[in-house]
Design a protein around this ligand. Structure first.
Ligand SMILES: [Zn+2]
Length: 237
């Protein structure tokens, strides 16, 4: 196995010569290195052209990788940065003896009231419940607005904590599921995912017909999609 280095813009690529039939590109999920497997017979010039044609794809995956590395798990302690409705707040943990609660203060703080000795998991659960209630309050208005515009009916919606998807649509049941993470996101992101899932009631696949609907209903949808992609490695179902 021979490895060569290839540089395009500021991206370095490990070119690995192998007994493979086709050129194959991947961004390693654990190291973030870009690796291109190439058959021995393909000349470096052609390898470079292939890599150059995929440069946008490579950069997108690298950006996603670095954003995942940067995001470290929260401990839910004071002065941590947390998001709500697309805005950044500082967490302020207050110990008290009553039932846990969350309140916003001065457009700057999320006050999290918990019992003394609470664990990060317990604090996280209190926050998650609060996020859920906030999103539950926001979502019906957004769905109603888009039902009129798109002309489809959502029979049921749910908020779910999903690890791999921003949203899903059960077409026959006319049911959409929205990721709890949207409680943290700005309004346009929430609208985007609602429209994305609702358009599936018109077209199941992400094909040209689907994209044409998106262009018609939400012309800036590609920007919003990119914005979500940059933030985490979730799929827009
Ligand atoms: Zn979809």
């Amino acid at each position: 196995m021979i490895t060569q280095q290839l540089r395009l813009d500021d991206v370095s690529i490990d070119v690995v010569r192998k007994r493979v039939k086709y050129l194959r590109l991947c961004v390693c999920a654990s190291t973030g290195r870009v690796r291109l497997s190439a058959p021995h017979r393909v000349e470096m010039e052609a390898v470079r052209d292939f890599a150059a044609s995929k440069l946008d794809w490579i950069k997108k995956h690298l950006a996603r990788f670095s954003s995942q590395v940067r995001a470290k798990p929260s401990e839910y302690v004071s002065l941590e940065e947390h998001y709500f409705n697309g805005r950044s707040y500082l967490l302020n943990v207050v110990e008290h003896r009553a039932a846990p609660k969350v309140t916003l203060r001065d457009d700057a703080y999320i006050d999290l009231y918990v019992r003394a000795g609470s664990t990060p998991e317990q604090r996280k659960a209190v926050m998650a419940q609060w996020y859920r209630r906030q999103l539950e309050a926001r979502l019906p208005t957004v769905i109603e607005k888009w039902q009129e515009i798109i002309g489809v009916e959502v029979k049921e919606w749910r908020i779910r904590q999903m690890k791999t998807r921003w949203g899903t649509c059960a077409i026959r049941a006319q049911r959409i599921w929205i990721n709890l993470e949207f409680a943290k996101k700005p309004e346009h992101c929430l609208e985007y995912i609602v429209v994305h899932e609702m358009v599936h009631l018109l077209e199941r696949k992400h094909n040209d017909r689907y994209r044409a609907y998106m262009d018609r209903f939400l012309p800036q949808w590609r920007t919003y999609k990119e914005e979500l992609n940059r933030q985490a490695g979730l799929i827009q179902g």
